[in-house]
Design a protein around this ligand. Structure first.
Ligand code: ATP
Length: 448
């Protein structure tokens, strides 16, 4: 099973899902570029998520905030002081490692959130060395915010940060969104976008990268509603994932221990997936209390006190958060979908997620009447907004294999009988069964 990681990595490169970034320059650590088919999957996921958690919910609105904002935002949020992992350095090679990962590899113990002094003690007690077998230096904090210099004049450049989580623009824009959209508590603001973290340890593959995309929903609530909103977010987020075809047996919620939790969280439940490299988090439901609005209030001077229009009660809104990594979700979906049937590789992606919903082939590419008919069907499907692949290379068997590998749920073949009676062969990816249907019923068949 472990080698599914290798198989998926090679499939993703060979078929245009994911490329190592900057490969012609020798690559760039932990950066990946999403190729044509990967870009389609990401776009489908963004659209599906937005539809589910913004469009369908009258209590939620969207936002698209800046990646680089005022540096004070990150002081107020606590990230400049507290957004740090503990790292240790190999005293010979000077390579840096996340201390909790080295300890977990050596002892199986989860010590995420331990202080540097505690880490030093555990390393000494268990005589833990670097992966190269060398002595480790003293543990210290390493801040994960990525700094950037912005401005045009060399000596007037300002130091700022690439955002470490997408939600901060949601918090500092809370009042503007509430007032412009005439919202009352409870309501939510959602955002999809890039985040950046100077991760000490990256990988495997694009599981953990320094640049990644998050889909986040922040619900602004009365503190008394925290528990019920938290539970609601757990339920709706998990059922959305099951609706994408993820095997429920490979999903579990895990409550983070107090010292693991980020500085802004009072309660944090990770949703984990069973990867071949272990159970790993790919979404979090967090109760952030009034931390963010209170801190932005203190640092900016803005008063975020909310007055309930019915009861007159005054309070600073609390926040329950749903945060999921977009590329990490794509990795989950690839592992969930990858299967082999003899020498046939089949990516059993849910049709909603698959890059193409259907492929259209003329039986022979040198018969104009077949090609014209197949092109008409292709254009008709595209016109209906259905993402459709075209293939006229090689023989039909090879074309089926090729579409199976990229997860196309259906293949349509136009043959001589099509010209006579207006029917085509439709072949199902998962069962490999073929049947004849009329051209008019193609789109309803593939849209289920
Ligand atoms: P981890 O412990 O895996 O680094 P985290 O607990 O720091 O993650 P959160 O801050 O809760 O993660 O972020 C929410 C989600 O964003 C994660 O569940 C994950 O899907 C995604 N995410 C966080 N960091 C990364 C990263 N470096 N690369 C890819 N996705 C990430």
């Amino acid at each position: 099973m472990q080698d599914n990681l290798q198989k998926i990595t090679s499939l993703c490169k060979r078929r245009g899902f994911v490329f190592p970034s900057s490969e012609i320059y020798g690559g760039w650590e932990a950066a990946y570029d999403f190729g044509p088919l990967g870009a389609e999957i990401l776009r489908n996921l963004r659209n599906l998520w937005w539809k589910e958690f913004v469009t369908k919910r009258p209590d939620v609105v969207g936002l698209d905030g800046a990646i680089i904002s005022h540096p004070r935002v990150w002081e107020a949020s606590g990230h400049t002081d507290l957004f740090a992992d503990v790292m240790v350095e190999d005293t010979i090679t000077n390579k840096r490692y996340r201390a909790d990962h080295l300890i977990e590899d050596a002892t199986g113990e989860n010590v995420d959130g331990s202080k540097p002094e505690e880490i030093d003690e555990i390393i000494q007690k268990n005589n833990i060395k670097s992966p190269e077998g060398n002595k480790l230096g003293k543990a210290k904090y390493f801040n994960q915010l990525v700094e950037v210099m912005v401005g045009t004049v060399e000596d007037a450049k300002t130091s700022a940060y690439l955002r470490g989580e997408t939600c901060q623009p949601i918090f500092y824009n809370y009042e503007l969104v509430k007032d412009s959209m005439r919202k009352k508590i409870p309501f939510g603001i959602a955002q999809i976008g890039k985040s950046f973290r100077n991760e000490i340890k990256v990988g495997p593959y694009f599981f953990r990268t320094r640049e990644f995309e998050q889909m986040e929903l922040e619900m602004f609530i009365h503190p008394n509603d925290a528990a019920s909103t938290f539970e609601e977010l757990k339920t709706v987020s998990k059922s959305w994932l099951i609706g994408l075809g993820i095997d429920e047996k490979k999903l579990r919620f895990r409550e983070q221990a107090q010292k693991e939790r980020a500085h802004y969280n009072k309660i944090a439940h990770d949703l984990e997936y069973e990867f071949p490299f272990g159970w790993k988090e790919f979404q979090g439901i967090h109760y952030r209390t009034d931390w963010d609005l209170r801190r932005h209030g203190e640092f900016s001077g803005q008063d975020f006190t909310y007055t309930d229009p019915e009861t007159g009660e005054k309070f600073i809104p609390h926040v329950a958060e749903y945060s999921i990594g977009l590329s990490r979700l794509m990795l989950v979906l690839l592992f969930n979908a990858y299967s082999e049937d003899g020498d046939r590789i089949v990516l059993k992606l849910d049709p909603k997620v698959a890059p193409y919903k259907v492929a259209v082939f003329p039986l022979l590419k040198n018969k104009d009447e077949l090609v014209i008919k197949a092109k008409n069907i292709f254009e008709d499907l595209v016109e209906k907004g259905i993402s459709t692949a075209w293939d006229d290379r090689g023989n039909i068997g090879k074309r089926y294999y090729s579409q199976d590998e990229i997860g196309t749920p259906y293949c349509i073949t136009v043959d001589f009988q099509t010209l006579e009676d207006g029917t085509v062969t439709i072949r199902d990816r998962d069962t490999a069964k073929q049947e004849r249907i009329t051209i008019e019923t193609i789109s309803s068949k593939i849209q289920g």
